[in-house]
Design a protein around this ligand. Structure first.
Ligand code: ADP
Ligand code: MG
Length: 260
């Protein structure tokens, strides 16, 4: 299979949705989704608004409970209505292993940058402040914000806030990072700095599931593209194949609209 990036393709399955369905009341938002993400893969999820992308990511992040099917991480069920007790137990261990970055940065406004990053490792993982701060400084360097450690979120640009949000998620040392339209709320000139950080993570081998409208990221950085429509995975393809020759009418229509 042709690939557009150097990611490991033969890794073990890290996290997986199996027969995943989700309804809100009578509204079926996800229908029988199967999606397995291997270690080191960067999977881009694209599709029209309302197709269920955010809900799928939130199920992976254990922020929504599936109505049917399961989320499985390293062969352990971490969410499933069929195995509620076992899943709840496994989810406890898995939660810190799954990082998520949202469209709106959700930083704590009353904490400075450093405090935003060290809060969870200290409280949830029991890291000492010294260890957490040393790790936070390393992460701030990685996202290019070493000089902002004492700044409050309101003094940062949207792009800087989003890079802090990425550092904050990485501080928990997750095995997989989920991004939900992490650049959609940003002005064009600020998207770039966030996409560069995401690209750097991908190149380091981080396993990533990335909901995005940035077709150039999906095409050039991702190792696989998932196209969703009306709560279903309609295409699951290599980026070169998908962008060169989408199989379904729905994907063709979507890509045409993205070019307008
Ligand atoms: P996308 O991210 O692809 O735009 P979403 O997952 O946000 O799609 O939403 C898919 C559908 O689910 C939409 O019709 C949305 O209105 C509905 N939905 C999402 N969250 C909820 C909720 N908490 N309650 C009711 N409906 C919801
Ligand atoms: Mg969404």
């Amino acid at each position: 299979m042709a690939t557009s990036s150097p990611h490991k393709q033969s890794g073990n399955c890290l996290i997986e949705a199996k027969g995943l369905s989700k309804s809100f009341g009578a509204v079926k938002v996800l229908e029988n989704v199967d999606l397995a993400v291997k270690e080191g893969e960067v999977v881009s999820v694209i599709g029209p608004s309302g197709s269920g992308k955010t809900t799928l990511l939130r199920c992976f992040a254990l922020l929504e409970q599936p109505s049917d099917g399961a989320v499985i991480m390293r062969d352990k069920t971490i969410a499933s209505p069929a195995l509620p007790g076992e899943a709840r137990q496994n989810a406890k261990a898995a939660r810190g292993d799954i990082g998520m970055v949202f469209q709106h940065f959700n930083l704590w406004p009353h904490f400075n940058v450093l405090q935003n990053i060290v809060e969870a490792p200290i409280r949830v993982k029991g890291e000492t402040r010294a260890v957490a701060e040393a790790n936070a400084m390393r992460l701030l360097e990685k996202v290019g914000l070493s000089d902002k450690r004492d700044s409050y979120p309101s003094r940062l640009s949207g792009g800087q806030q989003q890079r802090v949000a990425i550092a904050r998620a990485l501080a928990m040392k997750p095995s997989v990072m989920l991004f939900d339209e992490a650049t959609s709320a940003l002005d064009p000139e600020l998207k770039h700095e966030v996409l560069l950080v995401m690209r750097g993570l991908a190149e380091e081998g981080m396993t990533m599931l990335v909901v995005t409208h940035e077709m150039s990221f999906a095409r050039n950085v991702g190792s696989r593209v998932i196209f969703m429509d009306q709560g279903q995975v309609v295409e699951d393809a290599d980026p070169v194949a998908f962008f060169g020759n989408p199989k379904t009418d729905r994907a063709q229509r979507f890509l045409r609209q993205m070019q307008d």
